[in-house]
Design a protein around this ligand. Structure first.
Ligand code: HEM
Length: 382
């Protein structure tokens, strides 16, 4: 462990070396830590490639899936083709009527929480919120989300049955593709069945790989962000009152939460050629990590990075990544988090934490606080 600070465990290594010689499941993976270096590496896909099926996430996911996730596990030009194909779906949250639907969804969850003496936020608020919002994005009925909720907070790693969970997701996706109304359907699976890239229909593995990422990608990340925001405002009511009715302030606050929480600690890249990272030799075909969470606490870029400043501006955080692979679900995530902050401010008078169990990312090389295993709160109506 570099430092016993679960908020910014990378501080000493970032300052002293710019890199942490980390190990994940026995695999040595240098973590690139400084903001400038992470941004630069994210742009240099020839040196730090994403063309690595199952090996972009850390730890790698060979045991839980057998298809390449798209567009994340590809470099240009393949990456560009699939990203362009998906943009119209992922940019829907920019539309006001879409945002109104997310507002309604969150209003319903807050209303339900207000009628109970207390609510466990992770599984009974954040998880249904993420899954029902995903149904909205995928053009599916809200009821479809009930099955996704049953998969838990992570499609592969909630519990110790990762391989089985991977198979459940794979079966679900293949059945949904088989059952799609190809000529007339307007949902995600019908769109994938009709889609073409360079004049060719997608292969079944390409469709499955896109859907696999869509279900895996924005799940625990959104859940951690939602839970941490609710816990923060339980302790900082006056700050919520100050910002909640001001769209611009809510937008700034959302970016600051994504920076501070950094729900995705890091992501992998594979080096096709031998590379040197701040003096650490990376052999050909070995991996490095781009550590968004460390970059987001880099004191060369963020004044007092450990202080939550809801009006921080500029806020060039890398919580949603950087460069060509920057998060395609960021408009969805922002829509959810902004609506949540607004409505926590307008629909509640007080939020009280009754019990909490924090969730840490425990690795041999660092320990980092990401979110909650469980967060029980009482919400009182405005
Ligand atoms: C607060 C929530 C979220 C965070 C912090 C987050 C973080 C990230 C990051 C750091 C990347 C860059 C990966 C890389 O460079 O290899 C990424 C990519 C991606 N994310 Fe998210 N994400 C969030 C929510 C979502 C949601 C809700 C979805 C889907 C509904 C989603 C779908 C994707 C996809 C498809 C990519 C790949 C983009 C590409 O390769 O071009 N994410 N995300």
């Amino acid at each position: 462990m570099t430092e016993p600070d679960p908020i910014d465990p990378f501080r000493a290594a970032r300052r002293d070396h710019g890199v942490l010689a980390a190990q994940f499941a026995g695999e040595p993976i240098p973590m690139i830590l400084r903001h400038a270096d992470v941004r630069k590496a994210a742009r240099d896909w020839e040196t730090y490639s994403s063309d690595a099926p199952m090996r972009v996430p850390i730890p790698s996911e060979e045991a839980v899936r057998s298809v390449r996730q798209l567009p994340i596990e590809a470099d240009p030009p393949l990456h560009t083709r699939f990203r362009d194909l998906l943009k119209p779906i992922f940019l829907q949250p920019l539309a006001p009527d879409y945002q109104a639907r997310i507002d309604t969804l969150i209003a319903g969850l807050i209303d339900a929480a207000l009628t109970r003496p207390h609510v466990e936020i992770v599984r009974n608020f954040a998880l249904p919120l993420q899954s029902r919002a995903l149904a909205c994005l995928l053009g599916m009925p809200e009821a479809a989300a009930e099955e996704w909720i049953s998969w838990g907070t992570h499609v592969f790693h909630d519990g110790d049955d990762s391989t089985d969970k991977g198979a459940v997701l794979d079966r679900y996706i293949r059945a949904a593709l088989d059952g799609a109304d190809v000529p007339a359907g307007t949902d995600f699976f019908a769109i994938l069945r009709r889609a073409t890239v360079d004049g060719h229909a997608l292969t079944r593995d390409e469709m499955v790989g896109i859907a696999n990422l869509t279900f895996a990608g924005g799940r625990d990340t959104v859940i951690h962000a939602v839970s941490r925001i609710i816990a923060y405002f339980a302790d900082h009511r006056a700050e919520l009152a100050k910002i909640a009715s001001d769209t611009k302030r809510v937008a700034f606050a959302t970016e600051e939460f994504v920076r501070v929480v950094s729900p995705l600690t890091h992501i992998g890249r594979v080096c096709p050629h031998p590379t040197d990272v701040h003096g650490l030799a990376v052999p050909a075909d070995a991996r490095v990590s781009l550590c968004w969470a460390s970059a987001n606490y880099d004191e060369a870029v963020f004044d007092q990075p450990e202080t939550v400043r809801l009006d921080r501006s500029p806020n060039p955080h890398l919580g949603f990544g950087s460069g060509i692979h920057n998060c395609l679900g960021a408009t969805q995530a922002r829509t959810i988090l902004r609506s949540l902050i607004r409505q926590l401010g307008t629909q509640t008078r007080a939020i009280t934490v009754m019990a909490e169990q924090r969730q840490y990312e425990d690795q041999p090389s660092y320990r980092r606080w990401v979110g909650y295993e469980s967060l029980v709160v009482r919400m009182e109506p405005a």
